[in-house]
Design a protein around this ligand. Sequence first.
Ligand code: ATP
Ligand code: MG
Length: 319
Amino acid sequence: MIKQISGFQPTGNLHLGNLLGAIRPLVEAQATADSIAMIVDLHALTMEHDPAAVRANTLEVATLLLAAGVDPRRTAIIANSQVPEHTELHYLLECTTGFGEAARMIQFKEKSAGGGPVRLSLLTYPVLMAADILVHGADHVPVGEDQSQHLELARTIAIRFNARYGETFTVPEGIRPESAARIMDLSDPTRKMSKSAPSAAGRIGLLDPPETIRRAISRAVTDTAGVVRHDPEHQPGVTNLLEILVACTGEKPGGFSSYGALKREVADVVVALLEPIRARYRELDPGYVRETLAEGRTRVRPAALATVRRARAAIGLCL
Ligand code: ATP
Ligand code: MG
């Protein structure tokens, strides 16, 4: 069976883009793939962070994954900090990666450009991400464009390690699931909806109450053309609303006489999609969520340990 791993950063509240672009495809893949849903809490430490917030967000993401239909009997839900083989392999992979390879990463350049203090882990975290993937022997990794350079690095590291020290890792492949939508920010439809965007105005949080969702959609930026048309270049805001509609309903949208009518329809379908997720979220017991993480960790560790032992032996360490 194909092994697949999907990552979520516990950097803030999950949004509609995370659901339609990542969680729903993961839920659909559960029938055919051996999946791991990984909360990358270690990645959240690469930037200035609040310890209590990282812990709370990690549990929130785990709870939301469960509420959105990730079935822990089929998909192991883990936090990468709780599986120590990730960090052990990270070090071994650092010993096979060039400084220049890490420094070239666009995200490192962007996130370190602000002039503030830069954590060393921000430079090395793409190597940790390689370890996150390789340690589980994942065949497929669903990734958005923002992560494709990091996935390429993971492949380079795996191929080089295998060539130099002997066949050790499965070389992962980045995939773009057919059902994965890409949702843009409502207030700036040229940028993707993102947890870390400076303003929350263009974001629909998965736990937002219906009034907040309706307000955000009614304020979504459109244009002055006055015609509801799918035209990403000239009408990115309207196009985004149409794409949200398609992603939520799975149907081609009908005609709309005005932007107001389109927005009301989008608000109705988004509220209807998120309402049951919010309800299940409230019902889930925090103790059960912690148990699920502990169970996920127990399930994935034997294979992760085997990978690390192979890597240790190959690179010249005693077992
Ligand atoms: P951050 O701003 O902290 O990077 P994010 O919103 O990009 O947060 P991630 O945790 O990085 O969220 O990504 C989790 C998953 O959601 C990834 O598979 C990513 O490709 C997907 N994803 C993120 N934003 C969107 C979006 N706007 N549309 C579709 N998929 C998205
Ligand atoms: Mg991201």
